[in-house]
Design a binder for this molecule. Structure first.
Ligand SMILES: NC(=O)c1ccc[n+]([C@@H]2O[C@H](COP(=O)([O-])OP(=O)(O)OC[C@H]3O[C@@H](n4cnc5c(N)ncnc54)[C@H](OP(=O)(O)O)[C@@H]3O)[C@@H](O)[C@H]2O)c1
Length: 303
């Protein structure tokens, strides 16, 4: 039986990093997560001794400057983490001859394609965040021969700040919420993403590195919806589970202007991931139920 992977995760407290730690621990997979302030992706020069001593078999970059609107006025820190930091981490991985799994985003696309995006579709980010992540993809690919770049989308989880938590919090304060109904995407549950990454790591460890693993892959919850559809489903589940509810009024992007423009369509076609790694994510509604159940079981926080 091949050895189990050992995951070094960068970005300790984020939605994905915490999901990875939880899933690895539950499955007896060794995981070490590094984060700020001890490890800053924007300024680090080399991996700390602790990381080398852990002897990882794969590095996962789950750290990112993810504040999409803030990035419009904070381009420098966004690029320092999402592009240069990611590139230096990939270089560190390459020097240790380790594969790196790097996370990217659906926001590398401009949303004008009428169908779901495949990996080879032309990119054209609409904002600074998307541009910094696209630059990060290029820097990771250039620095590490053994790279798997995973573009994901609309991430939610029991951890950190996200749309599901925000909707449940707002429903405790208001009866009606106006939610954008003309942006389509694929909601993704971070614990599902963590499981997918673990499966990819297990495959790489089992077979050794293969050229087919190198490149960009789309990974998102199965199915699609709008933010309005997502909000409506959150409240349908919440009603069923005795949680807060609000009426959801559909609005257009024009009626809800934000500093960063978002793609009207950022649906991701995830067939390549299934073909190469045999991995696909559950239907987004099934995972959303798990997320809402877990959030309602917790004491409400200020997130
Ligand atoms: N969230 C989404 O909807 C979404 C959609 C598409 C793609 N993605 C991508 O998926 C990945 C995971 O996202 P997520 O939702 O888990 O993000 P998240 O919850 O916002 O977490 C990001 C983490 O990165 C850490 N970080 C930021 N700058 C850092 C630095 N200089 N050094 C070390 N750590 C740093 C943050 O640390 P602090 O805790 O110290 O702030 C935070 O813990 C990212 O690559 C993101 O771009 C996310």
């Amino acid at each position: 039986m091949p050895a189990a992977p050992r995951l070094l995760v960068i970005g300790r407290d984020g939605q994905l990093a915490r999901s990875l730690a939880e899933r690895c621990t539950a499955r007896g997979i060794a995981v070490l997560a590094l984060g700020r302030p001890e490890f800053d992706l924007a300024t680090f020069t080399d991996l700390p001794e602790e990381a080398r001593a852990f002897a990882p078999t794969i590095i996962v970059n789950a750290a990112a400057h993810t504040a999409v609107d803030k990035a419009e006025t904070e381009a420098e820190p966004a690029f320092a983490v999402n592009a240069e930091g990611a590139g230096r981490l990939a270089d560190a991985a390459a020097r240790l001859d380790l594969p790196i799994v790097h996370l990217s985003t659906d926001y590398v696309f401009d949303g004008t394609k009428p169908a779901a995006y495949v990996e080879s579709d032309p990119t054209n980010p609409l904002g600074v965040y998307g541009r910094s992540k696209l630059d990060g993809e290029a820097q990771v690919a250039a620095a590490a021969p053994k790279h798997v770049i995973l573009r994901t989308a609309w991430v939610h989880s029991p951890f950190g700040g996200n749309f599901v938590k925000t909707m449940l919090r707002l429903a405790r304060e208001r009866d009606t919420l106006a939610v954008v109904a003309d942006q389509r995407g694929c909601p993704t549950y971070a614990p599902d993403l963590a499981d997918a990454i673990i499966a990819i790591a297990e495959r790489i460890v089992a077979t050794g590195w293969r050229d087919a693993y190198r490149g960009v892959f789309h990974v998102a919850g199965t199915g699609e919806t709008t933010w309005h559809g997502l909000a409506s489903t959150i409240f349908a589940l919440s009603a069923e589970l005795g949680g807060p509810i609000a009426e959801v009024r559909p609005i257009t992007t024009e009626e809800y202007p934000t500093p960063a423009r978002r793609p009207a369509n950022s649906r991701l076609d995830c067939d390549k991931l299934q073909r190469v790694f045999g991995v696909s994510l559950p239907a987004w509604q099934d995972s959303l139920r798990l997320c809402v159940e877990r959030l309602l079981a917790e004491k409400p926080t200020g997130d």
